[in-house]
Design a protein around this ligand. Structure first.
Ligand code: FES
Length: 240
């Protein structure tokens, strides 16, 4: 075979680590899982936020967390595992205090994403899907984050770090390691991956409005349309 081959990449494609039975899930967590289940007309619709809550408590989707979700929703552990292992935002191994993602999909790669990932790997001394010995950082190679207009992008605890360079990435990691305040490009001040997971579970920390929600690059087309007086044509038959 000659030339370049397409390489697919499926991080952590194994199943949940059933050998690590440690858990922090207690009665408070169980009550919050039940609260989440009660927010939906069909309780099993709550499974995704419930798994985020499990991650915020256990640092991963733990076997105990899977059992807790199954118990609260009245479904099987196999059904919970099937969902937990389908989506890449659910971790099968413990994450670091800060979970760092580097996008290396096409546009970010063209703009330097691979060099960015190499820099982060060298700086942290780990490869994707690994965690630093002190537990401060875990690393993930990300597929497109739908932030191509700010390529190359990194994420820290799911917050965007736009228009990154290797030098900016090194400074960012040094600030996080030193506990200095770090502001996302279009989001809140960085706290920790577990705290971010709790917000994703549906327990807001009151900081959702910190930082700009949209950047200049995303709004450029709208600005041109406004200046030119352009508007989308109404669909045929529309009464608007
Ligand atoms: S390719 Fe990286 S955000 Fe789209």
């Amino acid at each position: 075979m000659s030339g370049h081959e397409f390489q697919s990449y499926f991080p952590e494609s194994g199943s949940v680590d059933m050998t690590d039975t440690s858990t922090n899930i207690d009665e408070t967590t169980m009550a919050e899982l039940r609260e989440l289940a009660g927010r939906y007309p069909q309780s099993r619709s709550a499974l995704l936020p419930m798994l985020h809550l499990v991650q915020s408590v256990d640092g991963r989707v733990s076997p105990a967390g899977i059992e807790a979700c199954a118990e609260v929703l009245g479904i099987t552990t196999a059904q919970v595992s099937g969902v937990a292992t389908f989506y890449t935002m659910y971790r099968r191994r413990p994450g670091g205090k800060h979970h760092v993602g580097v996008c290396t999909t096409a546009l970010c790669a063209v703009m330097g994403g691979d060099a960015l990932l190499e820099t982060v790997e060298a700086k942290l001394g780990i490869h994707p899907d690994e965690i630093t010995p002190d537990g401060t950082f875990s690393l993930e190679r990300l597929e497109c984050n739908a932030a191509c207009d700010f390529a190359p992008v990194m994420m820290v605890n799911w917050e965007f770090m736009d228009n990154m360079t290797p030098a900016k990435a090194e400074g960012l990691l040094e600030d996080l390691a030193a506990g200095r305040e770090v502001q996302a490009s279009r989001g809140a001040t960085i706290t920790s991956w577990r705290e971010a997971e709790r917000v994703l579970a549906g327990f807001p920390d009151g900081r959702a409005d910190e930082g700009p929600s949209a950047g200049e690059a995303s709004l450029l087309g709208k600005g041109i349309a406004d200046a030119e007086g352009w508007a989308a044509p109404q669909p045929e038959g529309s009464v608007l």
